[in-house]
Design a binder for this molecule. Structure first.
Ligand code: V47
Length: 376
Protein backbone atom coordinates (compact mmCIF):
# COMPACT_ATOMS: atom_id res chain seq x y z
CA UNK A 1 0.00 0.00 0.00
CA UNK A 2 1.28 3.44 -0.85
CA UNK A 3 1.83 5.25 2.44
CA UNK A 4 1.00 8.74 1.14
CA UNK A 5 -1.43 10.14 -1.39
CA UNK A 6 0.62 13.31 -1.64
CA UNK A 7 2.96 12.72 -4.60
CA UNK A 8 5.18 15.63 -3.64
CA UNK A 9 5.59 14.24 -0.14
CA UNK A 10 6.40 10.84 -1.63
CA UNK A 11 9.24 12.42 -3.64
CA UNK A 12 10.49 14.23 -0.53
CA UNK A 13 10.31 10.97 1.42
CA UNK A 14 12.61 9.32 -1.10
CA UNK A 15 15.20 12.01 -0.48
CA UNK A 16 14.84 11.78 3.29
CA UNK A 17 15.12 7.99 3.18
CA UNK A 18 18.28 8.33 1.08
CA UNK A 19 19.69 10.80 3.62
CA UNK A 20 19.59 13.68 1.14
CA UNK A 21 19.09 17.28 2.15
CA UNK A 22 15.82 19.10 1.43
CA UNK A 23 15.79 22.47 -0.31
CA UNK A 24 13.69 25.45 0.76
CA UNK A 25 10.69 24.62 -1.45
CA UNK A 26 10.64 21.05 -0.18
CA UNK A 27 10.79 22.35 3.38
CA UNK A 28 7.81 24.60 2.62
CA UNK A 29 5.89 21.61 1.33
CA UNK A 30 6.32 19.97 4.74
CA UNK A 31 4.50 22.97 6.22
CA UNK A 32 1.76 22.74 3.58
CA UNK A 33 1.10 19.05 3.11
CA UNK A 34 -2.25 17.81 4.32
CA UNK A 35 -0.74 14.41 5.01
CA UNK A 36 0.22 14.91 8.63
CA UNK A 37 0.75 11.21 9.19
CA UNK A 38 3.24 11.19 6.34
CA UNK A 39 5.06 14.16 7.84
CA UNK A 40 5.15 12.46 11.23
CA UNK A 41 6.58 9.34 9.65
CA UNK A 42 9.43 11.31 8.05
CA UNK A 43 10.24 13.16 11.27
CA UNK A 44 10.22 9.92 13.21
CA UNK A 45 12.42 8.23 10.66
CA UNK A 46 14.98 11.02 11.00
CA UNK A 47 14.79 10.97 14.78
CA UNK A 48 15.12 7.20 15.05
CA UNK A 49 17.98 7.10 12.57
CA UNK A 50 19.87 9.43 14.90
CA UNK A 51 18.80 8.18 18.32
CA UNK A 52 16.58 5.11 18.06
CA UNK A 53 14.16 5.26 20.98
CA UNK A 54 16.50 7.20 23.22
CA UNK A 55 14.97 10.37 24.65
CA UNK A 56 17.20 12.74 26.55
CA UNK A 57 16.55 14.89 29.60
CA UNK A 58 18.67 16.71 32.18
CA UNK A 59 18.43 17.17 35.93
CA UNK A 60 18.49 20.94 35.76
CA UNK A 61 17.66 24.11 37.52
CA UNK A 62 16.62 27.43 35.99
CA UNK A 63 17.54 30.80 37.40
CA UNK A 64 16.67 34.26 36.14
CA UNK A 65 18.94 36.49 38.23
CA UNK A 66 17.13 39.68 37.19
CA UNK A 67 13.95 40.56 35.34
CA UNK A 68 15.07 44.18 34.96
CA UNK A 69 15.38 44.90 31.27
CA UNK A 70 15.40 47.99 29.07
CA UNK A 71 14.96 46.26 25.70
CA UNK A 72 11.16 46.23 25.45
CA UNK A 73 10.50 43.15 23.26
CA UNK A 74 6.78 43.21 22.54
CA UNK A 75 6.24 39.47 23.22
CA UNK A 76 7.76 39.65 26.69
CA UNK A 77 5.72 39.67 29.90
CA UNK A 78 8.72 38.92 32.10
CA UNK A 79 10.68 42.18 31.93
CA UNK A 80 10.28 44.88 34.55
CA UNK A 81 11.64 48.40 34.79
CA UNK A 82 14.02 49.33 37.58
CA UNK A 83 12.05 50.52 40.61
CA UNK A 84 8.91 48.58 39.74
CA UNK A 85 7.58 46.56 42.65
CA UNK A 86 7.80 43.28 40.76
CA UNK A 87 11.44 43.83 39.74
CA UNK A 88 14.20 41.65 41.20
CA UNK A 89 17.95 41.83 40.85
CA UNK A 90 20.27 39.38 42.64
CA UNK A 91 23.78 40.12 43.82
CA UNK A 92 26.33 37.33 43.39
CA UNK A 93 25.72 36.17 46.99
CA UNK A 94 21.95 36.09 46.34
CA UNK A 95 22.51 33.92 43.26
CA UNK A 96 24.59 31.42 45.25
CA UNK A 97 22.10 31.47 48.14
CA UNK A 98 19.18 30.95 45.75
CA UNK A 99 20.81 27.95 44.09
CA UNK A 100 21.63 26.50 47.51
CA UNK A 101 18.05 26.97 48.72
CA UNK A 102 16.66 25.02 45.74
CA UNK A 103 19.47 22.49 45.41
CA UNK A 104 18.70 18.84 44.74
CA UNK A 105 21.44 16.19 44.72
CA UNK A 106 22.10 15.11 41.15
CA UNK A 107 21.54 18.48 39.48
CA UNK A 108 24.14 18.93 36.74
CA UNK A 109 22.91 21.92 34.73
CA UNK A 110 22.09 25.46 35.79
CA UNK A 111 20.39 27.33 32.95
CA UNK A 112 20.41 31.09 33.46
CA UNK A 113 19.03 33.78 31.21
CA UNK A 114 17.77 37.13 32.39
CA UNK A 115 16.91 40.71 31.51
CA UNK A 116 19.38 43.21 30.06
CA UNK A 117 20.16 45.12 33.25
CA UNK A 118 21.20 48.70 32.47
CA UNK A 119 23.77 49.28 35.23
CA UNK A 120 25.39 46.10 36.50
CA UNK A 121 29.14 46.38 35.82
CA UNK A 122 30.82 43.81 33.60
CA UNK A 123 32.82 42.32 36.51
CA UNK A 124 29.55 41.09 38.08
CA UNK A 125 28.98 38.47 35.36
CA UNK A 126 32.25 36.48 35.39
CA UNK A 127 32.23 36.81 39.21
CA UNK A 128 28.79 35.17 39.28
CA UNK A 129 29.89 32.25 37.10
CA UNK A 130 33.10 31.83 39.14
CA UNK A 131 31.18 31.82 42.44
CA UNK A 132 28.72 29.22 41.14
CA UNK A 133 31.36 26.76 40.00
CA UNK A 134 33.33 27.27 43.22
CA UNK A 135 30.33 26.68 45.48
CA UNK A 136 28.82 23.86 43.42
CA UNK A 137 31.71 21.83 42.04
CA UNK A 138 30.79 19.98 38.88
CA UNK A 139 27.83 22.24 38.16
CA UNK A 140 27.60 23.06 34.44
CA UNK A 141 26.55 26.67 33.99
CA UNK A 142 24.66 27.15 30.73
CA UNK A 143 24.02 30.86 30.68
CA UNK A 144 23.66 34.13 28.76
CA UNK A 145 21.82 34.17 25.44
CA UNK A 146 23.53 35.77 22.45
CA UNK A 147 21.35 38.83 23.11
CA UNK A 148 22.78 39.06 26.64
CA UNK A 149 26.32 38.53 25.34
CA UNK A 150 25.91 41.50 23.01
CA UNK A 151 24.58 43.57 25.90
CA UNK A 152 27.58 42.55 28.05
CA UNK A 153 30.00 43.50 25.29
CA UNK A 154 28.56 47.03 25.34
CA UNK A 155 28.89 47.23 29.12
CA UNK A 156 32.38 45.74 29.11
CA UNK A 157 33.39 47.79 26.05
CA UNK A 158 34.96 44.61 24.69
CA UNK A 159 34.25 42.59 21.57
CA UNK A 160 31.75 39.77 22.01
CA UNK A 161 34.49 37.20 21.37
CA UNK A 162 36.46 38.55 24.32
CA UNK A 163 33.35 38.56 26.53
CA UNK A 164 32.76 34.91 25.65
CA UNK A 165 36.40 34.04 26.27
CA UNK A 166 36.39 35.63 29.74
CA UNK A 167 33.11 33.98 30.68
CA UNK A 168 34.48 30.63 29.54
CA UNK A 169 37.61 31.19 31.62
CA UNK A 170 35.34 31.91 34.60
CA UNK A 171 33.70 28.50 34.10
CA UNK A 172 30.84 28.99 31.63
CA UNK A 173 29.97 25.61 30.09
CA UNK A 174 27.54 26.41 27.26
CA UNK A 175 25.15 29.03 25.88
CA UNK A 176 21.36 28.65 25.81
CA UNK A 177 19.52 29.33 22.57
CA UNK A 178 17.30 32.25 23.56
CA UNK A 179 17.05 35.66 21.96
CA UNK A 180 16.83 34.30 18.41
CA UNK A 181 13.07 35.02 18.09
CA UNK A 182 12.60 35.16 14.28
CA UNK A 183 15.53 36.26 12.14
CA UNK A 184 13.51 37.88 9.33
CA UNK A 185 13.86 41.69 9.56
CA UNK A 186 10.15 42.34 9.02
CA UNK A 187 9.23 40.39 12.15
CA UNK A 188 12.22 41.38 14.22
CA UNK A 189 11.40 45.07 13.71
CA UNK A 190 7.94 44.44 15.16
CA UNK A 191 8.76 42.14 18.06
CA UNK A 192 12.35 42.81 19.10
CA UNK A 193 13.38 46.12 17.58
CA UNK A 194 16.04 46.92 20.20
CA UNK A 195 17.45 43.44 20.56
CA UNK A 196 20.54 41.91 19.00
CA UNK A 197 20.28 41.85 15.18
CA UNK A 198 19.96 38.46 13.51
CA UNK A 199 23.40 38.48 11.89
CA UNK A 200 24.98 39.38 15.22
CA UNK A 201 23.06 36.61 17.02
CA UNK A 202 24.48 34.13 14.51
CA UNK A 203 27.96 35.65 14.72
CA UNK A 204 27.99 35.31 18.53
CA UNK A 205 27.10 31.62 18.24
CA UNK A 206 29.81 31.24 15.57
CA UNK A 207 32.29 32.79 18.01
CA UNK A 208 31.12 30.64 20.91
CA UNK A 209 31.57 27.53 18.76
CA UNK A 210 35.06 28.69 17.77
CA UNK A 211 35.96 28.75 21.47
CA UNK A 212 34.61 25.24 21.97
CA UNK A 213 31.42 26.38 23.71
CA UNK A 214 28.42 24.37 22.50
CA UNK A 215 25.11 26.21 22.16
CA UNK A 216 21.42 25.80 21.37
CA UNK A 217 19.10 27.71 19.07
CA UNK A 218 15.46 28.70 19.59
CA UNK A 219 12.69 30.07 17.39
CA UNK A 220 9.71 31.96 18.80
CA UNK A 221 6.69 31.05 16.66
CA UNK A 222 2.94 31.50 16.66
CA UNK A 223 2.64 35.30 16.50
CA UNK A 224 3.05 37.41 13.32
CA UNK A 225 5.58 35.33 11.41
CA UNK A 226 4.76 33.55 8.16
CA UNK A 227 5.64 29.92 7.51
CA UNK A 228 8.31 31.11 5.03
CA UNK A 229 9.85 33.20 7.80
CA UNK A 230 9.94 30.17 10.11
CA UNK A 231 11.72 28.10 7.49
CA UNK A 232 14.07 30.97 6.66
CA UNK A 233 15.00 31.02 10.36
CA UNK A 234 15.80 27.30 10.28
CA UNK A 235 17.67 27.69 7.00
CA UNK A 236 20.05 30.26 8.49
CA UNK A 237 20.68 27.96 11.45
CA UNK A 238 21.32 24.99 9.16
CA UNK A 239 23.90 27.04 7.26
CA UNK A 240 25.71 28.00 10.44
CA UNK A 241 25.63 24.44 11.72
CA UNK A 242 27.24 23.29 8.45
CA UNK A 243 30.02 25.75 9.16
CA UNK A 244 30.66 25.06 12.86
CA UNK A 245 28.79 21.95 14.03
CA UNK A 246 28.46 23.65 17.42
CA UNK A 247 24.69 23.44 18.05
CA UNK A 248 23.32 20.72 20.30
CA UNK A 249 19.63 21.31 19.87
CA UNK A 250 16.92 23.36 18.20
CA UNK A 251 14.04 24.46 20.40
CA UNK A 252 10.84 25.93 18.95
CA UNK A 253 9.23 28.22 21.54
CA UNK A 254 5.45 28.43 21.27
CA UNK A 255 4.25 32.01 21.78
CA UNK A 256 2.60 32.46 25.18
CA UNK A 257 -0.01 35.14 24.65
CA UNK A 258 -0.82 36.69 28.01
CA UNK A 259 0.37 39.93 29.58
CA UNK A 260 2.44 41.18 26.65
CA UNK A 261 1.84 44.03 24.21
CA UNK A 262 2.28 41.90 21.09
CA UNK A 263 -0.67 39.70 22.04
CA UNK A 264 -2.69 42.74 23.15
CA UNK A 265 -2.05 44.55 19.85
CA UNK A 266 -3.02 41.45 17.90
CA UNK A 267 -6.08 40.85 20.08
CA UNK A 268 -4.66 37.38 20.61
CA UNK A 269 -5.57 35.36 23.67
CA UNK A 270 -5.18 31.86 22.31
CA UNK A 271 -2.18 29.61 22.58
CA UNK A 272 -0.69 27.85 19.55
CA UNK A 273 -2.60 24.72 18.56
CA UNK A 274 -1.27 21.24 19.21
CA UNK A 275 -1.22 20.54 15.49
CA UNK A 276 0.84 23.62 14.72
CA UNK A 277 3.27 22.69 17.52
CA UNK A 278 3.67 19.14 16.23
CA UNK A 279 3.94 20.11 12.57
CA UNK A 280 6.54 22.72 13.42
CA UNK A 281 8.63 20.23 15.41
CA UNK A 282 8.41 17.69 12.60
CA UNK A 283 9.43 20.20 9.91
CA UNK A 284 12.38 21.23 12.09
CA UNK A 285 13.45 17.62 12.58
CA UNK A 286 13.42 16.86 8.86
CA UNK A 287 14.84 20.19 7.64
CA UNK A 288 17.58 20.61 10.25
CA UNK A 289 19.35 17.45 9.16
CA UNK A 290 22.61 18.55 10.81
CA UNK A 291 21.19 19.27 14.28
CA UNK A 292 21.64 16.40 16.75
CA UNK A 293 18.40 17.16 18.62
CA UNK A 294 15.04 18.88 18.34
CA UNK A 295 13.74 19.69 21.79
CA UNK A 296 10.12 19.51 22.90
CA UNK A 297 9.83 22.21 25.53
CA UNK A 298 7.22 20.99 27.99
CA UNK A 299 7.07 24.39 29.73
CA UNK A 300 5.48 25.97 26.64
CA UNK A 301 3.60 23.09 24.97
CA UNK A 302 2.65 21.12 28.10
CA UNK A 303 3.78 17.68 29.21
CA UNK A 304 1.02 15.75 27.36
CA UNK A 305 1.87 17.19 23.96
CA UNK A 306 5.57 16.80 24.72
CA UNK A 307 4.93 13.07 25.15
CA UNK A 308 3.18 12.94 21.78
CA UNK A 309 6.00 14.96 20.20
CA UNK A 310 8.38 12.05 20.74
CA UNK A 311 6.77 10.54 17.62
CA UNK A 312 7.14 13.84 15.75
CA UNK A 313 10.90 14.19 15.74
CA UNK A 314 11.63 15.19 19.33
CA UNK A 315 14.54 13.43 21.05
CA UNK A 316 15.09 15.77 24.01
CA UNK A 317 12.63 17.15 26.55
CA UNK A 318 14.86 19.63 28.39
CA UNK A 319 14.84 19.03 32.13
CA UNK A 320 13.48 19.32 35.61
CA UNK A 321 13.97 23.14 35.62
CA UNK A 322 12.47 23.53 39.14
CA UNK A 323 11.34 27.11 38.64
CA UNK A 324 10.65 28.93 35.34
CA UNK A 325 9.45 32.52 35.09
CA UNK A 326 9.67 33.77 31.47
CA UNK A 327 6.93 31.60 29.96
CA UNK A 328 4.87 31.64 33.13
CA UNK A 329 4.80 35.44 33.18
CA UNK A 330 3.15 35.17 29.73
CA UNK A 331 0.51 32.67 30.74
CA UNK A 332 2.12 29.20 30.54
CA UNK A 333 -0.12 26.78 32.44
CA UNK A 334 2.49 24.04 32.93
CA UNK A 335 3.99 23.47 36.38
CA UNK A 336 7.01 25.63 37.29
CA UNK A 337 9.16 22.48 37.30
CA UNK A 338 8.84 18.69 36.97
CA UNK A 339 10.48 15.95 39.03
CA UNK A 340 13.05 13.64 37.50
CA UNK A 341 10.65 10.76 38.08
CA UNK A 342 7.86 12.53 36.20
CA UNK A 343 10.12 13.10 33.17
CA UNK A 344 11.18 9.44 33.20
CA UNK A 345 7.54 8.35 33.34
CA UNK A 346 6.55 10.71 30.53
CA UNK A 347 9.21 9.19 28.28
CA UNK A 348 8.53 5.59 29.26
CA UNK A 349 4.78 5.91 28.81
CA UNK A 350 5.39 7.22 25.31
CA UNK A 351 7.24 3.95 24.63
CA UNK A 352 10.72 5.46 24.53
CA UNK A 353 13.93 4.98 26.49
CA UNK A 354 14.80 7.75 28.97
CA UNK A 355 18.43 8.87 28.99
CA UNK A 356 19.67 11.18 31.71
CA UNK A 357 22.20 13.56 30.14
CA UNK A 358 24.25 16.51 31.28
CA UNK A 359 24.57 19.96 29.67
CA UNK A 360 27.16 18.55 27.22
CA UNK A 361 24.82 15.71 26.24
CA UNK A 362 27.03 13.13 27.91
CA UNK A 363 24.85 10.13 28.73
CA UNK A 364 24.84 9.74 32.52
CA UNK A 365 22.29 6.95 32.81
CA UNK A 366 20.17 4.97 30.40
CA UNK A 367 17.04 4.21 32.34
CA UNK A 368 15.88 1.34 30.16
CA UNK A 369 12.49 0.48 28.86
CA UNK A 370 9.80 -1.06 30.99
CA UNK A 371 6.57 -2.56 29.82
CA UNK A 372 3.97 0.00 30.77
CA UNK A 373 0.29 -0.46 30.90
CA UNK A 374 -1.41 2.40 29.10
CA UNK A 375 -3.70 2.78 32.10
CA UNK A 376 -0.75 3.21 34.49
O1 V47 B 1 14.78 34.36 24.78
C1 V47 B 1 9.97 35.31 25.88
C2 V47 B 1 11.31 33.49 24.72
C3 V47 B 1 13.24 32.70 25.60
C4 V47 B 1 7.98 34.63 25.41
O2 V47 B 1 18.72 26.73 25.19
C5 V47 B 1 8.89 33.70 24.92
O3 V47 B 1 18.11 24.86 26.11
C6 V47 B 1 7.17 32.37 24.15
O4 V47 B 1 15.55 30.58 25.41
N1 V47 B 1 6.25 33.26 24.56
C7 V47 B 1 13.83 32.09 26.88
N2 V47 B 1 8.50 32.57 24.30
C8 V47 B 1 13.70 30.57 26.88
C9 V47 B 1 14.82 29.93 26.13
C10 V47 B 1 15.04 28.47 26.23
C11 V47 B 1 14.04 27.65 26.69
C12 V47 B 1 14.29 26.28 26.80
C13 V47 B 1 15.52 25.74 26.51
C14 V47 B 1 16.53 26.60 26.05
C15 V47 B 1 17.87 26.03 25.76
C16 V47 B 1 16.29 27.96 25.89
O5 V47 B 1 11.84 32.67 25.73
C17 V47 B 1 13.51 34.14 25.32
C18 V47 B 1 12.44 34.43 24.29
O6 V47 B 1 12.85 34.05 23.03
N3 V47 B 1 10.12 34.16 25.20
N4 V47 B 1 8.66 35.62 26.01
C19 V47 B 1 6.59 34.39 25.19
N5 V47 B 1 5.66 35.27 25.57
Amino acid sequence: MKWTRDPRLAAIAEKVEAGERLDFEEGMHLYRTRDLNGLMRLANLTRERLHGDKTYFVHSMRLEFTNICYVGCTFCAFAARKGEERAWDYDVEDVVAHVRSKWEPGITELHMSSGHHPNRPWAYYPAMVRALVEHFPGLQVKAFTAAEIEHLSRIAKKPTLEVLRELKEAGLAALPGGGAEIFADRVRREVARNKVKSEKWLQIHREAHSLGLRTNATMLYGHIETLEERLDHMHRLRDLQDETGGFHSFIPLAFQPLGNTLAQNLGKTEFTTGLDDLRNLAVARVYLDNFPHVKGYWVMIGSELTQVSLDWGVSDIDGTILEEHIAHAAGATSPLGLSKQKLVEMIRRAGRTPVLRDAFYNELEVLGEVAVDAAD
